[in-house]
Ligand binder design. Sequence first.
Ligand SMILES: [Zn+2]
Length: 380
Amino acid sequence: MFRFDLLTTDGRARAGFFQTPHGEVPTPVFMPVGTQATVKAVSPRDLHNLGATVILANTYHLYLRPGDERIARLGGLHTFMGWDGPILTDSGGYQVFSLAQRRKIDADGVTFRSHIDGSEHRFTPEKAIAIQENLGADIIVCFDECATPSDYDYNVEALARTHAWAARCKAAHTRGDQTLFGIVQGGVFSDLRESSARFLTGLGFDGYAIGGLSVGETKEQMHGVLEILDGALPADRPRYLMGVGTPQDLVECVARGVDMFDCVLPTRLARNGGALTRTGRLNLRNARFADDPGPLEPGCTCYTCTHFSRAYLRHLTRANEILGHHLLTLHNLHLMLTMAREIRGVILEGRFQEYRANGEWRMANDEWRMTSGEWQPASC
Ligand SMILES: [Zn+2]
């Protein structure tokens, strides 16, 4: 039911296909995040129209509300949320360490209080797998501990737990229609990252997630870790960089061997009146857009850019209208999904290095030019 075919490489950049029970995922791929079993402000129909091939849902949130057992009784996540494509659930580890209150970690698992009502809960590796089996996503991941990226001693301790938990997750996993990914941790430390990749590869997983990045370290540190992992992870398995990123991250992390990405940025930014463009971010609250009849991003073919002006989007944003959240989310997701497809295309054509070096991803839109050191619409 699961198969990863690496079609071609260009430098470290990889283009492939990942086969799942709910469809094929061409890689590199950007996965929109549906934390609460909904990608905020858009419908599954919109997601299909945007060309999304796989989306994310969140174990911690769905366990707390409405409950994984309830979702299982209602036919599983695909039926519950009306999305028939592939789904990936995270393990809940990141949220337990970032959101939950009064957490206590021991060798066996983590006890924590819900951020919603303060009730007490406990996640163990076996519990995280049982919840994900109830939810029924195509791709599930091991329960891990997310340590502060620059604290070496803590990373050593946390990594020992993450590795022991990975072995227990693998043993606990029973569903043949779900594939389990291991999660590489180890902060910004090359020796820890390398030993984590070796340990998990030794256990043997269908894919490898890279956790604990984009949490406060520098881009150089993140890139350094990815370069080490490119050599340490098996070439014939997909690699998923958790929680990254921006259009630029997509290019720079594909260049370092990553296949799969997810990030709340496009959807979260949209709900705050922000647009991602190939040349940077726009804040629609800015007064300079009040009388701007032009599209959000000149040349963009999304529904928002082909039908509405910046002035109208600014008005919706300032009035806090739901349509504003919807239209900005459509544009931001369109950009990330289009860029991932475009990057795959240039890898298959053997032009990725050129595309990256020339900043072609910025110029795919003809109406932007480099003018006095800044990317600007050609009309400026
Ligand atoms: Zn657009």
